[in-house]
Design a protein around this ligand. Structure first.
Ligand code: ADP
Ligand code: MG
Length: 281
């Protein structure tokens, strides 16, 4: 199948992402989750004016799953999805807000800026050697797969997907000298990153987590009985979904205020001061 070429600007950005010397690679998760959340918003708003869309706000969600054997991390959302044309247009070109900001900043050769702004989808290539996007758009009965290993280009092929939404699978890079990528396959890392950057996302971000519990003590257990443990998996919602301004001041860490400020106002420096106030009416 034919390899499609990225637009020139995309190629430049992609190249920067892949060869990024930027240490804050973890922000890729925030970027992908923010896209999934936007997609859920779009589907929800569309459902308000289109009676044929039978989806409730409570049903919209983002799910994370990892497979250490294949080194994959998958983000699934049941948002609006993308058609074949949209996959091509949205992921093959940069014409988007976050990326534009990045480009503007990058003219000062300030590569440190990567990750401070919404650099978007391509940030996945900071941690992944291959990215596969399978999507089915609202109102379409076909699904398409977009796949890329980086600057050489991408492929678009027909795919199978039963439900509306998008699955993005990252093959996480092998560890290198000074660079530990494998921790992005750990449940606790992902959980921490969600809390750090995406806690206020309005849709549940779920993941199955392996847990341990004590087995019930058998009736006939003797005096020398030692408690036994078993592992089980449980679906956990990783984010609190409560916006920062609705949380109690004493529960919000300074880093959380800083991240909130930087994301909201597209700034890359911490705020000078944080002032909280509560008003009742
Ligand atoms: P931005 O979010 O600033 O528009 P991105 O590079 O993050 O830029 O994403 C590019 C575009 O790809 C988005 O605007 C959106 O149209 C599309 N997109 C990315 N991820 C998804 C997704 N999970 N579901 C639907 N569309 C998506
Ligand atoms: Mg985005």
């Amino acid at each position: 199948m034919a390899m499609r070429q990225f637009k020139a600007e995309s190629k430049k950005l992609l190249d920067l992402m892949i060869n990024s010397i930027y240490t804050n690679k973890e922000i890729f998760l925030r970027e992908l989750i923010s896209n999934a959340s936007d997609a859920c918003d779009k589907r929800y708003f569309k459902s308000l004016t289109d009676a044929s869309i039978d989806i409730k706000k409570e049903d919209l969600q983002i799910h994370l799953s990892v497979d250490k054997d294949s080194r994959t991390l998958t983000l699934s959302d049941n948002g609006i999805g993308m058609t074949k044309d949209e996959l091509e247009k949205n992921l093959g070109t940069i014409a988007k807000s976050g990326s534009q900001d990045f480009k503007a900043e990058n003219q000062n050769e300030n590569i440190d800026i990567i990750g401070q702004f919404g650099v978007g989808f391509y940030s996945a290539f900071m941690v992944a050697s291959k990215v596969t996007v399978v999507s089915r758009a609202q109102g379409s009965d076909e699904a398409w797969q977009w796949e890329s290993k980086g600057v050489e280009g991408y492929t678009l092929t027909p795919a199978d997907k039963e439900t509306v939404g998008t699955d993005i699978t990252l093959v996480i890079k092998e560890d290198a000298e000074n660079e530990d990528y494998s921790h992005f396959l750990e449940e606790y890392t992902l959980s921490d990153l969600v809390k750090k950057y995406s806690d206020y996302i309005r849709y549940p971000i779920t993941m199955y987590r392996e847990k341990s519990r004590q087995k019930p003590k058998p009736e006939d257990a003797g005096d020398d009985y030692k408690p036994e443990y078993e592992t089980y998996t449980e679906l956990e919602t990783l984010n609190s979904m409560v916006p920062i301004w609705k949380r109690d001041k004493k529960d919000v860490k300074p880093e959380e205020y800083n991240e909130f400020y930087k994301n909201k106002f597209m700034d890359y420096t911490d705020p000078l001061r944080v002032i909280t106030s509560r008003t009742e009416g």
